[in-house]
Write a protein that binds this ligand. Structure first.
Ligand code: G3P
Ligand code: MG
Length: 248
């Protein structure tokens, strides 16, 4: 496995236990012994990198409308936790800076998924790279930077060549050799439903460990580890940690 990527990665923090992409989720993951969290980064209208999965505020905050049209000042006070449960009311949207600082405080490794709003791939990747450079201590393993946007990964390679890259896809790509040459990824992140032992072996032969999302039950996790995947993204770490192979 790639150095420092553990077999269990908290998805959007620990999305089954706390509101996704919030610092409460990071704390929940850390309490369970998770060593790395994945989270989604995009930009406010005025270019502040923040944590949010959707392009709109509606599902995970008490705001409305596209994230890309809202300045950070309008986002900072939104409630990003009340939708999940009353215990989390008042939880805020974290900036990427806050998220990275919190990972460091909690001893968590980070997988920053660049999740640009439409048309903002390059500027989002640039801002993410710059924020990591400013915030992340030089003596810690840099965050794994992943994206479905190959444009974003290309910019990340240019602006933060020291950060390992993860290529995200719903299904396995056809020409990994071409992709490997252009992006020099450290890992490949696939939807577990599209993964077979053959896929894992083909990528392993190219020195590309496979991480799979989103795996929330022990049986599926056991089967995937048996195929040789290097790690699983999970909303529910307690469900999958018992089936991590010995020594992984
Ligand atoms: O990075 C793995 C996974 O998070 C990709 O899908 O939609 O949950 O961001 P999504
Ligand atoms: Mg994600």
């Amino acid at each position: 496995m790639m150095r420092d990527v553990p077999p269990v990665i908290g998805h959007r923090g620990a999305a089954a236990l706390a509101p996704e992409n919030t610092l409460a989720g990071f704390r929940a993951a850390a309490r369970l012994g998770v060593r790395m969290v994945e989270f989604d980064a995009k930009l406010s209208a005025d270019g502040v990198p923040l944590l949010m999965h959707d392009d709109t505020l509606d599902r995970t905050t008490n705001g409305r409308g596209p994230v890309r049209e809202a300045p950070w000042a309008a986002l900072a006070d939104l409630d990003a936790g009340g939708w999940f449960g009353p215990d989390f009311a008042g939880e805020r949207i974290p900036t990427l800076t806050q998220a990275l600082d919190t990972c460091c405080e909690l001893g968590l490794a980070a997988n920053v998924e660049i999740k640009p709003c439409p048309g903002r791939a390059a500027e989002t990747a640039t801002a993410v790279a710059e924020t990591i450079r400013q915030v992340w201590p030089g003596d810690r393993t840099p965050p794994l930077v992943s994206s479905f946007s190959m444009d974003a990964l290309e910019v990340a390679r240019e602006t933060a060549p020291w950060a390992p890259r993860g290529v995200l896809r719903e299904t396995p790509a056809t020409d990994w050799d071409v992709l490997s040459r252009s992006l020099e990824p450290a890992t490949v992140h696939l939807n577990w439903r599209a993964v077979t032992a053959t896929v894992v072996a083909a990528l392993s032969a190219r020195s590309l460990p496979v991480l799979v999302y989103t795996v929330n039950d022990a049986g599926t996790a056991r089967r995937l580890f048996g195929m040789g995947v290097g790690g699983v993204f999970t909303d529910d770490p307690d469900a999958v940690m018992p089936v991590v192979p010995e020594g992984a």
